[in-house]
Ligand binder design. Sequence first.
Ligand code: MTE
Length: 346
Amino acid sequence: MFGLVMRTPPFELQTRPNDMPSIQRKEGWEISENAVTPEEVFMNRRQLIKAGLGIAGAGVVGSLAWNHLNAENFVYDVSRYKKINFIKNEDFKVKRAMTEEAVAGNYNNFYEFSEQKGQVIGLSRNMKTRPWKIEVSGLVNKPLTLDIDDILKQFPQEERIYRFRCVEAWSMVVPWIGFKLSDLIKKVEPKAEAKYVRFLTFKDPDMAPNQKSDRYPWPYYEGLTIEEANNELTLLATGIYGHEMPPQHGAPIRVIVPWKYGFKSIKSIVKIEFTDKQPKTFWSDLIPNEYDFWSNVNPTVPHPRWSQASERLLGKLTGGTIDYTRVPTLMYNGYEAQVAHLYKKT
Ligand code: MTE
């Protein structure tokens, strides 16, 4: 996405699909998107999980070629991920076809590991997710430090199917497993002065190679207002597609805020801090004129470099391509009824 363009190998090669917008800062020496040649994609089709329901709905159907450097990364082996207990929450469904698991799990933005979506799965494969502690602190009466396994025991997990819209104009429909962030917030009893919640990802450059790059202000950080954090849609997600969260999706626990652009949904969190000041955020610190604190999905406000009126809804893997359907982008990503009140000016 977003990334700063790297001058030095291996990051000179742009390996994102060549017709996708990217959140990269445009610089004079950058290869134009049209000049990037897609490479052939290799994968073991039999090992892919066929969770997709196919492409549905109106819109242009197309496919995105994947540039790729490492064929191995395309093997999506679901047996690596442990099943977890959850109930299906039928209140959260989407009238769009679900994205195939192997597509969602091979097309990831996780800059700590790589700036190349198809490389994240391979580079994060051996991420160490146990032990994993999350500190919940700041302006609260009862600060807590929780272990991920205690979290899984203490908070009943539910599955919700959500739309997920990246600011780069691609989207997915995926079944997250997790629990409401508001359930955790209740436990720590925020003080009256707590107006915002700040989230922090781990920092471990030995585990996450791109954290060795000093072009980014690691660790990744994000923030919400306390009302946004308490909204019924905001999840702490511990799994996806019926099993624990794979590393590339932000294991072992991440935030999901489905009415905001995907970069707000911070992965692999280690800290949740309550504050009285609006927290700074990773991408708005890096590129302030393109990404702001709010970043609610809004089809009427174009990104400075591309339209946000529609999106490529990722579907299935076919040969070396991801099938997508072009669908209109919905206000607040289709969650207007649940969240519009948060932004009404009084
Ligand atoms: N969280 C961290 N820690 N690091 C990241 O690079 N990328 C964000 C978000 N959370 C990111 C992150 C972006 S840009 C998107 S679109 C989503 O994660 C992608 O989530 P997914 O890979 O599970 O689809």
